[in-house]
Design a binder for this molecule. Structure first.
Ligand SMILES: [Zn+2]
Length: 311
């Protein structure tokens, strides 16, 4: 952030100067640098004097300008000191930036200032969502810190115990945030005026996300896989569905359940649920089961033994 222009220096007055002194000094300088008197050479200086007078002659604008300058000076001091805390410090630009913008939109557009955009240097917080919340697009209650002008000194006391002279403090504020259905990890949501929420998604015990698809392993008993049948499947959200397992289903077969994945952000499209069949012997395994499997084994001379690379 560039240092603010020193309007007091421009008007050749002391920082404590009263309105009358400022007015007198302004008139003297305005006469001296008026383009009619000093020509083209004085034009920029004349503009600068007027810009300074427009702010310092208005008690409200002057107060805001003083606070902004104070905040700037202290942030400069802080940024070089050992106690410098980046998040708190960065949080400052948003508010001061807006005061800055207000001030100079009133003072006229041609003021030679450039201001930071307000989205930069704003603290970013992290919110960890469950896959269910992402699927449903839940509304959640959150407490997020926002920069507020210091309630004790209003940015006027460099030794303020509350803000440490920064002129502002971070205050927790409650928000109801509606999660965009299908939001991806790493996305940033804007909350309130300043806060930015970086989305993280907690690992899920049953599913892994792959884009809009969900992937899981489905346990299927060996006899059911052999004969074919139906298996109850509880999707990420919603009611249990019966899934058809075809006869002679092998270990590793992928079953695709269309539309039971995650919504695609901003659309009505939904991804799929992909289930990898994992075969499991029924429990308990009875003496009769043993007899039947021995019979099966006798019917098939195949012994297997091929090797495949792991997937
Ligand atoms: Zn304070």
């Amino acid at each position: 952030m560039a240092a603010p222009k020193d309007y007091y220096k421009i008007l050749e007055v002391d920082e404590k100067a009263d309105q009358e002194t400022i007015k007198k000094s302004y008139r003297r300088l305005a006469r001296k640098y008026h383009p009619d008197v000093s020509g083209k050479a004085g034009e920029d200086k004349f503009k600068e004097i007027n810009e300074a007078y427009e702010v310092l002659s208005d008690p409200k604008k002057r107060r805001e300008y003083d606070q902004m300058r104070l905040g700037y000076a202290h942030r400069q001091a802080r940024s070089q000191g050992p106690g410098y805390q980046r998040v708190t410090f960065d949080g400052g630009f948003g508010d001061w930036g807006s005061i800055f913008e207000d001030l100079f939109s009133q003072a006229g557009a041609d003021n030679g200032f450039t201001t930071r955009t307000r989205t930069q240097n704003v603290p970013e917080e992290t919110v960890t969502l469950t896959l269910e919340q992402v699927a449903r697009g839940d509304t959640i209650q959150l407490t997020v810190s926002e920069p507020q002008i210091c309630p004790v000194c209003h940015g006027t006391n460099p030794d303020c115990p509350r803000c440490g002279g920064l002129g502002q403090v971070m205050e927790p504020k409650k928000f109801a945030v509606t999660i965009p259905p299908g939001v991806e990890a790493g996305s940033v949501l804007r909350v309130g005026n300043h806060a930015r929420l970086r989305v993280e998604i907690a690992p899920h015990p049953r599913f892994v996300r792959q884009g809009n698809n969900l992937i899981g392993r489905l346990m299927v008993p060996v006899p059911l896989a052999a004969t074919g049948g139906e298996v109850p499947v509880k999707p990420l959200v919603g009611e249990t569905v019966m899934v058809k397992v075809p006869p002679h289903t092998n270990q590793g077969k992928m079953l695709r359940l269309r539309g039971l994945g995650l919504p695609q952000r901003g659309t009505s499209v939904k991804g799929d649920l992909l289930l990898e069949v994992t075969l499991r012997f029924p429990e308990p395994f009875t003496a009769e089961d043993d007899k039947l499997y021995q019979q099966l084994r006798a019917n098939h001379k195949e012994v297997g033994g091929e090797i495949h690379a792991p997937r």
